[in-house]
Design a protein around this ligand. Structure first.
Ligand code: GCO
Length: 469
């Protein structure tokens, strides 16, 4: 490709997820998900917000597709709602044809508009029936149930869908769902056993799904199956101080690589994470804290066709002489620079150079995989009328995308796709509609134009000059 521009084959995309946009939570025989239950429980979501209506994409998906088309986007990442397809989570419990029809309509509408679907199979909305019956992801039975569900999805949609993501950001699924309880199903198991089991089963479920695709669907469908992992970048406080470098590396292993290391390195957790597993065993001698068997390791290792990356932000990590507590990250010091611009969302600081470093880290640590950036984006707060100037979001996208280009050109990272979160404001989980990540304001009446869409379009047109790294 020409110096200073993205390759022609580069994928420009935006992302959403089912619960965050579809609405129609109980329409046409859709089953209840853990997020329906959670948001309907008073006190769980800010302002009592729910996804009952959200962006109404169940009814307005054609309009969504037109927004993408107007921006010149050629890809769209969205997720399937498990309970819209299998209301009680199981194939035996019956397939909901209306749900299958809905996703067929969305996929066909995209293709008719020259937009390629990229489908996330699990974006956090577990069937409530499986939570009630099995306790959700802490139960190994989920591996088979997930397999049945994704096999049905491959079979039903795989003739047209060629890019699949098994799970979105499993760290949040397990830590927020089963440890802090901030997310559905709202379990607070401070012993960390539940969150550990959740991750363990998700890794097995992911690997099984990938192998199923290989053996049963790949020959006829010829698609790719990956997983989306969320990585922040941890910058050592003092890069010349070995203790700070070690602390940052510890952060990358413990906080970031629970899912990536087994899949892309050796079928097992990274060394510092394994130490935590040992500690968990010691703390809970009466409990079964499983390791991966050799067979499981062999199944997990290499079980991905590409690396799906969600990246938003960075932190500064230094060593700490006295641990601040007993948590896995209490023995290091995590801060943010006062110079970093902060979004409305409390964890989101704009650190564009962190994008390039995290991409280089992936190349060096995880075997130089093809990287699909599956999310990156910026939020502002809920103000009425919503802010349309969008200066901060434009700045965020331009500076981050610039770093993606540097990673491709100078570090030779095989980045194939950039996906913005999100095409429109939507239901931002436990913060409801108070955080706006959209390039379109979708929640208050008609579509007001904001500057981001125009800029994003220019970025895709390769109109900029590259500056030196
Ligand atoms: C995530 C999710 C998205 C969020 C987005 C903004 O990984 O957190 O994929 O559903 O909405 O990241 O917080």
């Amino acid at each position: 490709f020409l110096p200073g521009s993205f390759p022609d084959s580069f994928i420009w995309s935006t992302s959403t997820s089912a619960y965050q946009i579809e609405g129609a939570w109980n329409v046409d025989s859709k089953g209840e998900s853990i997020w329906d239950r959670f948001s309907h429980t008073p006190g769980k979501v800010d302002c009592g917000d729910t996804g009952d209506v959200a962006c109404d994409s169940y009814n307005k998906y054609r309009e969504d597709v037109q927004l993408m088309k107007a921006m010149g986007l050629k890809y769209y990442r969205f997720s399937l709602s498990w309970t819209r397809i299998l209301p009680d989570g199981t194939v035996a419990g019956g397939v909901n044809q209306d749900g299958v029809d809905y996703y067929n309509n969305v996929i066909n509408e995209l293709i008719a508009n020259d937009i390629t679907p990229m489908v996330t199979l699990y974006h956090w909305d577990l069937p409530q029936a499986l939570q009630d019956r099995y306790g959700g992801w802490v139960n190994e039975t989920m591996v088979q149930l997930y397999h049945d569900y994704v096999s049905f999805a491959f079979k039903s949609f795989g003739d047209r869908v060629k890019l699949w993501l098994t799970f979105n950001d499993s760290k949040i699924v397990c830590n927020n769902g089963y440890l802090t309880g901030q997310h559905a199903p709202g379990i607070q198991d401070r012993s960390q056993l539940s969150s550990y089991l959740c991750g363990h089963n998700i890794l097995k479920a992911h690997a099984k799904a990938w192998h199923t695709y290989n053996t049963t669907f790949r020959a006829s469908q010829d698609g790719k199956v990956g997983i989306t992992v969320s990585l922040d970048w941890a910058e050592p406080r003092d890069p010349d101080l070995p203790a700070d470098v070690a602390a940052a590396d510890y952060y990358m292993q413990v906080s970031n690589s629970q899912f990536a290391h087994p899949i892309y390195v050796n079928g097992d957790y990274p060394p510092d994470f394994k130490i935590l597993v040992q500690k968990l065993k010691q703390a809970l001698p009466d409990k079964n804290v499983p390791d991966f068997s050799d067979e499981e390791k062999a199944s997990i290792r290499g079980s991905s066709d590409f690396f799906g990356l969600n990246h938003y932000t960075s932190c500064i990590v230094g060593h700490r002489d006295t641990p601040a507590g007993k948590g896995p990250l209490d023995n290091i010091n995590i801060t943010r620079s006062p110079e970093w611009r902060r979004a409305a969302t409390d964890w989101l600081y704009a650190v564009p150079w962190g994008m390039r470093r995290v991409l280089k880290y992936i190349k060096e640590t995880f075997g130089d995989p093809e990287v699909y950036i599956t999310e990156n984006g910026w939020s502002d707060g809920d103000v009425t009328p919503p802010v349309m100037e969008d200066t901060d979001r434009i700045c965020y996208y331009m500076t981050y995308i610039d770093e993606v280009l540097k990673a491709i050109m100078y570090d030779k990272v095989k980045v194939r796709a950039y996906t913005a979160w999100s095409i429109m404001d939507n239901m931002e989980w436990e913060t409801g509609y108070t955080q706006r990540f959209g390039m379109h304001c979708h929640l208050h009446g008609p579509e007001p134009a904001s500057g981001t869409q125009a800029v994003f379009k220019v970025l895709q047109g390769h109109h900029r000059q590259q500056r030196l790294p």
